[in-house]
Design a protein around this ligand. Structure first.
Ligand code: PNS
Length: 162
């Protein structure tokens, strides 16, 4: 039986930190499903279609990583897709409380699915989608923190010439 993990998130947009976690997750699992939360209430910069395109382009060379969208409860989707684990990255202590709550709630809802955290690589410790969006908005150079397509899309969104 293949060991499948789901890596859920908003991915608004995907960063090199997310990619690092997914790549390393492949050392533990046979397959990883990158699952984009399709939540119309959440205020995202990119539409779900744009986020899907950016993730698909980032993982085009990884046959064992697929990209999907989901709505509703994560654990329900994870069970339907036969995932044994939820994969998440953890950066600094500031991530801990939220991640802990999420993991405990998911465990309460479905005990058989384990949450697995990988520590973010040191290079990406200060990389987050929100900080990247803020820097990009004011013309900051975020080239080394995101895949090339994401860099282009951010510039387009904020009307910044390349
Ligand atoms: O990248 P994010 O925004 O931190 O990801 C949050 C995400 C998508 C993992 C979380 O909001 C989620 O799983 N939402 C789906 C609804 C759900 O199952 N929530 C957790 C139990 S209440």
């Amino acid at each position: 039986m293949k060991k499948i993990a789901i890596y859920p998130g908003s991915f608004d947009p995907v960063t090199n930190g997310h990619i690092d976690i997914a790549e390393r997750g492949l050392k533990l699992f046979d397959k990883i499903i990158m699952a984009i939360l399709n939540n119309p209430i959440k205020d995202c910069l990119f539409t779900v279609e744009e986020r899907l395109e950016m993730l698909e382009s980032s993982f085009k060379d990884y046959p064992d990583i697929t990209v999907e969208t989901f709505d509703g409860l994560l654990v329900d989707y994870a069970s339907r897709r036969k995932c044994i684990a939820i994969l998440r990255g953890m950066r600094a202590v500031s991530d801990f409380e939220y991640e802990f709550q999420l993991a405990l709630m998911n465990r309460k809802l479905k005990r058989e699915i384990q949450t697995v955290f990988l520590m973010t690589g040191l290079r990406w410790i200060f990389t987050s989608s929100s900080i990247i969006k803020e820097a990009a908005q004011f013309g900051g150079d975020i080239t080394s923190m995101v895949p090339p397509l994401v860099n282009r899309k951010l510039k387009e969104k904020f009307g910044i010439a390349s």
